[in-house]
Design a protein around this ligand. Structure first.
Ligand code: ADE
Length: 223
């Protein structure tokens, strides 16, 4: 996987790329690049935005600037799947992550200000993706969320102990949330762990965990 994040703030990703599992995925052959719109802008003085037609508050990222950045990175030929991050997009979930993680190259467009000229959505992006129905100041955090969910699935990103096989929303758990975990001490301030977990009966433990996942799933539905 080759992940390209287009941003006005490449330094915002410095911490992120050093953390596991992102660092591990990179060591195992994935690439993670930040691409600064300003590097390719055709406008004077590193300008990337402009005021909206029709008036209104805020500034809008220009379509010619985004197109120039995509051209600068990918040339005139085929472009990879390109995702624009916007609160109005398709909600990110495990099935979308599976889809995106299967791409050989993925471009994530993050914006600031009032977002992008809508022609970016219409003509340059293949998908609009949201990380939830709330508005953030910019697309950098959403890009990190998308990148994290993808990178942790790549070969070598997670150690055996952190296996993603039986985690929340995985196929192994029928798409349900994961069961709760407990560790030592078995009792703390009168708060006990469920007895079944120290019964030594693996079948019972498995059954209990499944029940917990189901009831957590039902509780989420009721919200
Ligand atoms: N940009 C600002 N808010 C966002 C959100 N909730 N999801 C994706 N991109 C965004």
């Amino acid at each position: 996987m080759n992940l390209d994040i287009f941003t006005l703030f490449p330094e915002a990703f410095d911490w992120f790329r050093e953390q596991r599992p992102v660092r591990k995925a990179i060591e195992n052959g994935a690439s993670f690049n930040t691409r600064d719109y300003r590097e390719w802008t055709p406008l004077k003085g590193g300008r990337v935005d402009d005021s909206p037609y029709g008036g209104g508050a805020g500034m809008v990222l220009r379509v010619d600037v985004v197109d120039a950045a995509l051209n600068g990175v990918y040339g005139d030929g085929d472009r990879p799947r390109t995702v624009v991050l916007t609160p109005a997009g398709r909600n990110l979930d495990e099935s979308l992550v599976t889809e995106l993680a299967a791409e050989p190259t993925l471009a994530l467009l993050s914006g600031r200000y009032e977002g992008f000229d809508h022609r970016v959505h219409e003509h340059l992006a293949d998908d609009e993706v949201s990380i939830g129905e709330y508005v953030l100041a910019g697309g950098e955090l959403p890009a990190m969320v998308v990148a994290d969910t993808i990178m942790r699935r790549l070969p070598g990103a997670l150690g055996d102990a952190e296996s993603a096989v039986e985690e929340s929303f995985s196929d192994a758990l029928d798409g349900l949330p994961e069961y709760p975990h407990y560790t030592r001490p078995p009792e703390y301030r009168g708060w006990k762990i469920p007895e079944v977990l120290i019964s030594g009966d693996h079948g019972k433990v498995r059954e209990w965990r499944q029940e917990q996942s189901i009831s957590r799933g039902e509780a989420r539905e009721g919200r």
